[in-house]
Ligand binder design. Structure first.
Ligand SMILES: *Cc1c(COP(=O)(O)O)cnc(C)c1O
Length: 467
């Protein structure tokens, strides 16, 4: 049976539900499975052509174990990965954009970005576990625009969850705000905070640090390092591998990368037996990972805005999970490296480790200008529009992909209509929102303006939790 441990060694033998509800380990580390379940060749053959929900069950069942009853898990997957939440029957379809280059579209969920593939499931799993225990939880989060809507969409139908999302008033794009505020559900509460994104984050942090408030509201978060999110993302890599190589022929993936969550899921698929030739990381000018793969040193620097804002980050948190495997699960040395990173803003690993890392991973950076060029070239050559994040990945993939006989799959992590200005600048064409969202600008908004004040926010949350 699979159990979970912290990358920093402070926790062992945790169950799936422990890590689902816990998020971050108590020693500051991230949870990883104690072993990698294998998808045998026989099993993969049988999965060729299976519906996405069935594939998802086969890939994820070993990680979930008996913590959730197999019948309930099956039902949840059938509900989540269906046309009622995703706008394409194939969930993660492939589109050809070059002789042996493909785009995997991961923007068919309710918020038009790949995070839906994991968060839709995470919301349902949370709700199921809370229901079994007769508990409720309050999810509170801060967003600069992008992640808030995916969390709201994930929780809106959940009977045992109330969700409160703070965004900085007047500082998100209109599409981003409307994706959050037009959701009509009794358990969804949008707070437009009269302040900046940092003010939003500080209030959320302070609420989590307030023990009384935390206990009174059973406070929880849907943060980006939850193992269940990684687990759900493994599925589409298996899906692409089956479609292009029957699970036998190797495929390379190009992944626009910020927090290293998405590309780490590809690594997990590889550990489970999916043949992968190269994993090519694309970064924008915030290139901490590319610098690491070039020079062997992880060193944070300041965050600069770019055309691909979801990758404007300083620290790739999920990298710690891969690093733990790389050093042979020597959790004590991970704790040391992470401490060094926190104190000095940098760490290095030995040449042998770098050699091994580079045997699977490659990393390329893509400037804003190159991003626009890539969007423009793809549109001119194939008529296909890609968003700026997808362009960063595709650019990196085409640069780092040495063997044309191996299929290259570049991940489309957002729909072009999410970033209309950059797409129009590059292609001269304004991307249209998909049909099911075409009336976004006519929908009614539900939002509460609240001053930049922790007590006022806490009072609002207390008053609006379902009883
Ligand atoms: C979150 C996000 C990314 C980065 O993914 P990570 O898992 O953080 O590496 C890239 N593109 C888009 C559109 C995103 O929303």
């Amino acid at each position: 049976m699979i159990t979970y441990l912290s990358t920093r060694g402070g926790e062992q033998s945790k169950t799936f539900i422990d890590v689902l509800l816990g998020g971050l380990a108590s020693d500051g580390g991230l949870y990883i499975p104690n072993s990698w379940p294998e998808l045998s060749g026989h099993e993969l053959k049988a999965l060729n052509g299976a519906p996405y929900a069935d594939l998802a069950r086969h890939v994820m069942a070993p990680f979930v174990g008996e913590d959730i009853s197999p019948a309930a898990f099956r039902q949840i997957l059938q509900d989540v990965y269906s046309r009622s939440h995703f706008n394409h029957a194939c969930m993660a379809p492939l589109v050809q954009v070059g002789p042996n280059a493909w785009i995997m579209e991961l923007f068919h969920g309710p918020t038009l970005a790949f995070k839906d593939y994991a968060l839709q499931l995470l919301g349902r799993l949370f709700d199921h576990v809370l229901g079994e225990r007769g508990e409720r939880a309050t999810i509170v989060g801060a967003t600069s625009g992008d992640t808030g809507s995916a969390a709201i969409e994930a929780c809106k139908g959940c009977a045992n969850i109330d969700i409160f999302i703070l965004h900085p008033k007047g500082r998100t794009s209109e599409v981003q705000r409307r994706q959050m505020t037009t959701v009509e559900a009794d358990n969804v509460h949008n707070i437009a905070l009269e302040g900046t994104f940092d003010d939003c984050q500080n209030i959320v942090k302070a609420l989590f640090n307030d023990k009384r408030f935390r206990e009174e509201t059973n406070l929880s978060a849907v943060n980006s390092i939850n193992w269940a999110r990684i687990m759900a993302q493994i599925v589409y890599y298996v899906s692409a591998s089956l479609a292009l190589g029957g699970g036998e022929r190797a495929v390379s993936f190009a992944v626009p990368t910020g927090n290293f969550g998405n590309v780490y899921a590809a690594y997990c698929a590889h550990k489970m037996g999916i043949p992968i030739k190269r994993l090519i990381i694309g970064s924008n000018r915030n290139d901490i990972l590319t610098r690491f793969f070039e020079g062997g040193e992880m060193r944070s620097s300041s965050v600069e805005p770019s055309l691909s804002p979801s990758m404007d980050i300083q620290i790739s948190s999920n990298f710690e999970r891969y690093l733990c495997d790389l050093v042979g699960r020597d959790t004590a040395s991970i704790a040391k490296l992470m401490n060094s990173f926190k104190e000095k803003g940098s760490f290095s690993i030995g040449a042998d480790y770098m050699k091994e890392a580079r045997s699977l991973f490659d990393a390329k950076r893509c400037s804003d200008e190159q991003t626009l060029q890539m969007m423009s070239a793809c549109h001119a050559e194939t008529g296909y529009m890609i968003d700026p994040h997808t362009a960063v990945g595709l650019f990196a993939g085409l640069q780092g992909h040495a063997d044309p006989s191996v299929p290259l799959v570049a991940l489309a992590c957002a729909h072009p209509a999410k970033f209309p200005d950059a797409v129009e600048k590059a292609t001269g064409v304004k991307p249209e929102l998909p049909e099911h969202m075409a009336d976004l600008f006519e929908r009614e908004e539900f939002v509460n303006d609240i001053p930049n004040n922790q007590t006022k926010v806490a009072d609002f949350i207390r008053a609006n939790i379902s009883k």
